[in-house]
Ligand binder design. Structure first.
Ligand code: PGA
Length: 247
């Protein structure tokens, strides 16, 4: 894995946006995989700015998001569909009908998962997948567990993720207990992957990534088997508290 070490969150966001810009220059009709959470917000702001300045064109782009709560109405302000529209899609020249988020509103979640996996395949696969990482090492909603899933599936959220995400909801009880997420295999089939990592609380998860072990307790460590992954991290995540992580 390649690592880009950035001085700040802003620098990390710009570095991510530049990689996406290069991708679209090389292939204007790229299929992009997007992530939610607070980490990529700065990069999305950067992408919107570059699009406005005429430096990037999203008109031919198709997107697939990693995950969505289940069940959730896409109009719910906590849904990832809503998040993507607000933070990116409404601010760029993308054809909204070519932006896909798992159907958290479907009455048949198993069918929704199968359909999502097929749609990604039919689109030719994901050219560039953007990832964030959970404090516990999750990617998408692939939570630490004894067994991980390869394909898009419904998953129970762990207590630590419910706790971490409750900051976005009125109360902890309002956080959905399940989600639909791409599986580890879905993610690893992407041709290229960038993983944005910011903040000291992610340094343990990042430390596992820099070692050689692949462990289901830190699902992101499976990225080590992929041959085109770039970690873009800020100093806080890379060095941890008081710079005590050994490198
Ligand atoms: P965060 O979430 O960017 O809000 O920290 C990342 C994740 O949980 O994958």
């Amino acid at each position: 894995m390649k690592t880009i070490l950035c001085d700040s969150y802003e620098e990390m966001s710009k570095a991510g946006a530049l990689i996406i810009a290069d991708q679209l220059k090389a292939k204007p009709d790229s299929v992009l995989g997007f992530a939610t959470g607070s980490t990529p917000v700065g990069m999305y702001t950067e992408l919107a700015k570059m699009n406005k300045n005429g430096e990037m064109d999203f008109s031919k782009v198709t997107t697939f998001n990693l995950d969505e709560y289940y069940p959730i109405d896409p109009k719910n302000q906590q849904s990832y569909r809503y998040f993507m529209n607000e933070n990116l899609f409404n601010k760029i020249n993308i054809d909204i009908s070519k932006t896909f988020v798992p159907e958290g509103y479907s009455s048949d979640s198993t069918a929704a998962c199968k359909k999502y996996e097929k749609m990604i395949k039919d689109a030719g696969g994901i050219d560039l997948q953007v990832l964030g990482i959970g404090v516990n090492g999750h990617i998408g909603f692939n939570e630490p567990a004894k067994n991980l899933k390869a394909s898009t599936h419904v998953t129970d959220l762990t207590e630590s993720t419910i706790e971490a995400n409750s900051r976005f909801f009125a109360s902890r009880e309002d956080v959905p207990r399940q989600a639909i997420t791409m599986g580890i295999g879905t993610i690893l089939k992407s041709k290229k992957i960038i993983l944005l990592i910011t903040g000291e609380n992610k340094s343990k998860a990042l430390n596992d990534l820099l070692g050689d072990d692949i462990i289901t307790d830190n699902p992101a460590t499976f990225l080590k088997v992929h041959n085109d992954v770039t970690l873009i991290c800020d100093k806080e995540a890379y060095y941890g508290r008081d710079n005590t992580q050994e490198r």
